[in-house]
Design a protein around this ligand. Structure first.
Ligand code: PLP
Length: 395
């Protein structure tokens, strides 16, 4: 199997699993209990919190709250900030956020909040002028993803935070960092971030654990009320093994960042060039330079993405069309639509996302087989004239 769908989820690192196992077996105590037996579980959480603090460069580990996933982190940040600042009814976000953010704003709109959705250009880059002009006195929150899950495009977080602080220093800044974690350096202080969400399963921890950074100057209302856990901001007995796992994964991700930025990027670029130069109806759907090192998104004109995925799957290749959440529906990607991707390739766009486990042989295999897959599908496309024309133009 060749797994090129790492933006959907990643394989657990063996070292992460090793870190978790004791807390699933012998060290099963409730970390809040008073007896000695609970000390190891308690300390595991403490250590993981420090590791996440270091991973995002928070100023203290008190700023880290453990959650169950990236979606929960986003919901907690958004509803938490909005709930705490009830008088401010305006929010700014982008048209290309993940559904866990977009659908949360759709709900808030139904409750009477006003939400502005900032657009992107054809390379997927954000319109900062539009953002600048939208910030108002009653803007409670600006919410922008760090890296896009479909295109990998990186948004200029520092520049955005500077714009916010100049226009309205009271506006809070939430960054969905789920697709940036483990792929590019993340420094919340350097980038002026108030809240940052991450999700363990995107960087080789298991599914079911995430974290939210909330800086000490930001107050939120809790999403889950109950016990005193997580400073009263997220009640519920802590998931000790998974928290230990995300801590270890963060430590490992920091260590392998240079590898991501050099070797994973080299393989991604090789894959991209290999496909673009061998398939006449392939076009790049993302910014060439400004994106995370593991992602490419390629449109195959006049053919269906789902058919491409099925043929790739027959060859043992896992990739995706759109985001993991929207694939399975025939709706074209909201991200590609916001970018104005031409109709001719909107339905035939494929995302390949690599990881530290991707090998040269994996990439060579895909480059070798992609032309024959597309050749077969071109032959059954209803757009024969258009394909002929395109082929002639590419010459
Ligand atoms: N944000 C982005 C950018 C994502 O890509 C995803 C998942 O694909 C999420 C949030 C949601 O993360 P989770 O699946 O952990 O809830």
């Amino acid at each position: 199997m060749i797994y090129l769908d790492n933006n959907a989820t990643t394989k657990i690192d063996e070292r992460v699993l090793e870190e978790m196992l004791p807390y699933m077996k012998e060290e099963y105590a409730n970390p809040s209990s008073m007896y000695d037996f609970s000390r190891k579980a308690h300390n595991a959480i403490k250590e993981a919190r420090v590791k996440i603090k270091d991973f995002v460069n928070a100023s203290t580990e008190r700023e880290i709250i453990f959650t169950s996933c990236g979606s929960e982190s986003a919901n907690m940040a958004i509803k938490g900030v909005i709930g705490y600042n009830r008088t401010k009814r305006h929010i700014i976000t982008t048209k290309v956020e993940h559904p866990c953010v977009l659908n949360t704003y759709k709900e808030l709109e139904k409750q009477g909040y006003e939400v502005d959705y900032i657009g992107v250009n054809s390379s997927g880059e954000l319109d900062l002028e539009e953002l600048k002009n939208k910030i108002r006195k009653d803007t409670a929150l600006v919410s922008v993803m760090w890296a896009n899950n479909e295109t990998g495009v990186i948004f200029p977080i520092k520049e955005i935070s500077e714009i916010i602080k100049t226009r309205n220093p009271e506006t809070k800044f939430f960054v969905d960092g789920v697709q940036a974690a483990g792929k590019i350096p993340m420094d919340v202080q350097e980038n002026g971030i108030d809240l940052l969400g991450i999700s363990g399963h995107k960087f080789h921890a298991p599914k079911g654990v995430g974290a939210l950074y909330i800086n000490s100057k930001t107050s939120i209302l809790p999403l889950i009320t109950g016990g005193h856990q997580e400073r009263g901001l997220r009640a519920g007995t802590e998931n000790v093994p998974y928290i230990a796992g995300i801590g270890k994964a963060a430590e490992l991700a920091a260590d392998s960042l240079d590898y991501e930025l050099s070797e994973v990027k080299r393989l991604r670029d090789k894959l991209e060039t290999g496909i673009l130069s061998n398939v006449f109806n392939a076009r790049l759907n993302t910014s060439i330079t400004n994106r995370v090192p593991n992602t490419t998104n390629i449109g195959f004109e006049y053919i269906e993405g789902e058919l491409i995925l099925l043929h790739l799957s027959d060859l043992g290749i896992c990739a995706s069309s759109g985001s993991a959440c929207t694939s399975g529906s025939l709706e074209p990607s909201h991200v590609l639509r916001a970018m104005g991707t031409p109709f001719t390739s909107l339905h035939g766009s494929i995302r390949f996302s690599l990881s530290k486990y991707t090998t040269e042989a994996d990439i060579d295999f895909v480059i070798e087989h992609m032309p024959e897959v597309i050749y077969k599908l071109n032959k059954i496309s209803p757009f024969q004239k258009e394909l002929e024309h395109l082929k002639a133009c590419k010459g």
